[in-house]
Structures are given as structure tokens and as C-alpha cells.
Design a protein around this ligand. Structure first.
Ligand code: HEC
Ligand code: HEC
Length: 156
């Protein structure tokens, strides 16, 4: 099955002025972990969705995702060894060891299931994203956050 996430430039129905309040991990990032700066990652990890920036998940999560790419959310996203190694090194080195609010014995593999994320977006917005054919899923960040690929999530 071919999986396509439609990226739309605007999601007019979703309008909000958002200011980082400190509950999200991005608030404490004093670096560029919220913009993907590695060209291989940018290229290979944006074929089906935006290339998610490393700062949203702890190191162990990226490790888990990258070691199981052939079984990636129902897709085969596997890459050759060199690319896999480069992307793994980049994501793991940029990611935080721990993210506040997350049980350190649990390896989460979805940003969209992080406690801050579900708090911030709410069940209704998740359902709304799914119901809109032009959004498809709450994982389609760029549908609502037009600046997501530049690290901006507060300009909707
Ligand atoms: C062949 C298509 C494809 C490629 C290539 C791909 N992914 Fe995915 N990815 C998916 C699908 C499908 C989902 C689930 C999306 C959904 O639930 O709407 C997903 C979800 C994710 C999620 C969780 C998103 C969330 O809900 O928080 C992460 C993290 C992720 N991918 C990382 C990566 C990384 C890192 C790469 C590059 C090594 C990559 N993906 C390449 C198809 C792909
Ligand atoms: C259906 C639209 C939609 C999608 C899809 C979506 N978001 Fe959001 N997001 C919002 C809205 C609206 C808010 C503001 C929530 C509020 O304050 O009520 C928000 C808030 C945020 C915030 C907090 C911003 C701040 O300034 O406090 C972050 C970070 C964020 N989203 C990241 C993401 C990421 C990462 C993804 C994809 C994995 C994503 N969002 C997907 C609509 C969306």
C-alpha cells in the first residue's frame, strides 16, 4: 500500500496564536535540534512526511526507529547501511538523553504520543486532523504548522 501524506500550505480552519509556554521540549532547546540540518536526513526522511527534527524525541527513541526501518509504521523505509548510519548518528547526537515528563524506561517512537503533545493538541484536534482528507493525520505537522521545517511551531 502506498502511503501518501498530503502537505498543504494552509489549514485555514486551524488558526491559533501559539506561544511556547515551557511545557514543550522545544522551549528548552538552546540549539538547532528543531531544524533538520543534516542533508541526508533531510532528504531521506522527508519522502513520506516532513523530516522530523531530532529534538522532539530522546536518543533511545531515534535509536529504536532507525534500527527498525524496514518495519516503519507499516512502511518499508529501509536505507543502505551508510545512510542509515549517518542519519542515526545525526539524530542520536542531536537528541536529548531524556525529555521531561517521559518515563525513562519507556521508548516512545511517536512525537505525537508524547505527553506534552497530546496535552497541547488534544483528542479533538487529533480526530479533526484524521477526518480532514487534506491533513490525514496529526503526524502531518506541516499541514498546520507552516514553519515546521524551519523549526517554527508558533506561527499558525
Ligand atoms: C516510505 C515512507 C516513509 C519514509 C521514507 C519515512 N517514514 Fe517515518 N513514517 C511513515 C509513516 C507512514 C508514519 C506514520 C504516519 C502517521 O501515523 O500518520 C511515519 C511516522 C514517523 C514518526 C512518528 C511520527 C509521529 O506520529 O510522531 C517518526 C518519528 C518517523 N516517521 C521518523 C522517520 C525517519 C527518521 C525517517 C528517515 C530515516 C522516516 N521516518 C522515513 C513513513 C515513512
Ligand atoms: C491539525 C493541525 C495540527 C497538526 C497536524 C499538528 N499541530 Fe501542533 N499545534 C496545532 C495547534 C492549533 C496548536 C496550538 C495548541 C493550543 O495552544 O491550543 C499546536 C501546538 C503545537 C506546539 C506548541 C507550540 C507552542 O508555541 O506552544 C508544538 C511544539 C507543536 N504543535 C508541534 C507539532 C508537531 C511536531 C506536529 C507533528 C508531529 C504537530 N504539531 C501537528 C495544530 C496542529
Amino acid at each position: 500500500m502506498k502511503y501518501t501524506i498530503t502537505t498543504i500550505a494552509t489549514a485555514a480552519a486551524v488558526a491559533a496564536t501559539v506561544v511556547f509556554s515551557g511545557v514543550t521540549p522545544a522551549a528548552s532547546a538552546g540549539n538547532n535540534a528543531f531544524v533538520v540540518t543534516n542533508p541526508t536526513t533531510k532528504e531521506e526522511c522527508s519522502a513520506c512526511h516532513m523530516a522530523y527534527p531530532p529534538g522532539f524525541l530522546p536518543k533511545r527513541s531515534w535509536q529504536a526507529i532507525m534500527s527498525d526501518l524496514s518495519n516503519h509504521f507499516g512502511e518499508d523505509a529501509s536505507l543502505d547501511d551508510a545512510a542509515t548510519r549517518e542519519i542515526t548518528n545525526y539524530l542520536v547526537s542531536m537528541a536529548p538523553a531524556e525529555i521531561r515528563g517521559l518515563n525513562s524506561s519507556y521508548t516512545i517512537i511517536r512525537i505525537s504520543q508524547m505527553p506534552w503533545f497530546t496535552r497541547e493538541h488534544g483528542a479533538r484536534r487529533v480526530a479533526y486532523a484524521k477526518s480532514r482528507a487534506d491533513i490525514g493525520s496529526i503526524s502531518n505537522c506541516t499541514a498546520c504548522h507552516r514553519g515546521a521545517e524551519r523549526g517554527y511551531f508558533d506561527d499558525d
